[in-house]
Write a protein that binds this ligand. Structure first.
Ligand code: NAD
Ligand code: GLY
Length: 366
């Protein structure tokens, strides 16, 4: 990673009385005032996992304890396959054993798995307690920590059990990305590419021009990518918090991606890898329907590839692909809905004709 330090910035998710700040910058986990400012009561429970805990938990606990907070820690096993009911129960078990009251603030320290699960625990423990997102993966800093989608997986479908529940604050310390494995960095870049492809063609072009810097963790490039992604996401969430319509565009690539994740078994492909490949498939489908040209589809494919993500989908079998895509929250009346590019930088949500969909599966599966 380069040594330049972009100045910390604060964005806002404007949702009336559920509004909250997103702080983005280096070494924010060393800023005790920042986190303590968002903890109203005396008690805090930090949820993390066995990978992130050894890296950052002590530092966070010290900052909270030094400010007089009573801190409980909950360290879960790592992995997408652990984003389940039994991990959620482990959180509730500790909260109840430790007699955590409804003024307790939950802090999610980790990637999207910990963030989604902790957010859902916060939404449901004693019918709702405050929580703070401290995302430590690129994916979580650009996407999952913002917008209040919380939940766990069901063996039959990804993120099928959950709630919309907004955090008090998001604190994205970009220095934590220094310890992130390269494969996880690439997974986060998938969601960054997503925003450019569906909302902001100028941002897509910026990512194309800066993909090498992003992949080599240039601090300034990453800071801009995180900031722009959060700005774009916050604006969508402000307009459609509970996904009545518009917010579904943020699922670009996810109809295919979720099928890959569930079809192979959670954790086999990373979420961002499945989304990356899913975006290539969605671009292929967009081209088949005449919404973008072949050159644009190639641009999407080339960028996903340059981010270090897979562009050839696993062979799940056509029947299984269709069955898996049926289990999607966007679907209505049994119709599978897709987010398609029309053109690059804009998107629409619609069902696709079966022949075009089958042709995409045929073309994209390896
Ligand atoms: P993750 O939470 O599994 O984290 C990836 C890996 O990196 C894990 O092994 C983790 O322990 C490790 N890790 C985290 N921070 C680290 C650090 N700083 N240094 C070293 N290792 C670190 O995966 P993710 O990609 O962050 O999140 C994926 C999850 O997010 C999926 O479950 C997906 O469904 C969810 N998601 C949710 C939303 C939303 O809006 N709520 C949006 C996108 C994705
Ligand atoms: N990642 C999709 C959303 O937040 O809506």
């Amino acid at each position: 990673m380069t040594t330049q330090h972009a100045s910390p910035i604060t964005l806002h998710v404007d949702l009336g009385d559920r509004s909250y700040p997103i702080s983005i910058g280096q070494l924010l986990l060393s800023d005790a005032n920042l986190i303590n400012r968002h903890v109203a009561g005396k008690r805090v429970a930090v949820v993390t996992n066995t990978t992130v805990g050894p890296l950052y938990l002590d530092k966070l606990v010290r900052m909270l304890s030094d400010a007089g907070k009573q801190v409980t820690t909950i360290v879960l096993p790592d992995g997408e396959e652990e984003k389940n009911w039994s991990s959620l129960m482990r959180v509730f078990d500790v909260l109840l054993q430790e007699k955590c009251d409804r003024k307790t603030t939950l802090v999610a320290l980790g990637g999207g798995v910990i963030g989604d699960l902790t957010g859902f625990a916060a939404a449901t423990y004693m019918r709702g307690i405050p929580f703070i997102q401290v995302p430590t993966t690129l994916l979580a800093q650009v996407d999952s920590s913002v917008g209040g989608k919380t939940g766990i997986n069901h063996p039959l479908g990804k993120n099928m059990i959950g709630a919309f529940y907004q955090p008090q604050a998001v604190i994205a310390d970009t220095s934590t990305l220094e310890t992130l494995p390269a494969r996880e960095l690439s997974a986060g870049l998938a969601e960054v590419i997503k925003y450019g492809a569906i909302i902001d063609v100028a941002f897509f072009e910026w990512i194309e021009a800066n993909i090498a810097k992003l992949a080599s963790r240039d601090a300034n490039a990453l800071a801009y990518a995180i900031r722009r992604s959060c700005e774009l996401k916050a604006d969508v969430v402000r307009q459609d918090e509970r996904e009545g319509g518009l917010r579904a565009i943020l699922n670009f690539g996810h109809t295919f991606g979720h099928a890959i994740e569930a079809g192979l078994g959670y954790g086999e492909w990373l979420h961002g890898e499945a989304v990356g490949c899913g975006m290539v498939m969605a671009a292929d489908l967009s081209q088949r329907l005449g919404f973008i040209d072949a050159a644009t589809k190639e641009r999407v494919t080339a960028l996903v590839k340059a981010a270090g993500l897979p562009v050839v989908a696993p062979d799940l079998g056509k029947e299984r692909w269709l069955e898996l895509m049926q289990v999607d929250k966007k679907n209505e009346g049994g119709q599978i809905k897709f987010i398609l590019l029309k053109p690059l930088g804009t998107s629409i949500i619609m069902p696709a004709p079966q022949d075009a969909l089958l042709a995409t599966l045929e073309a994209c599966v390896g």
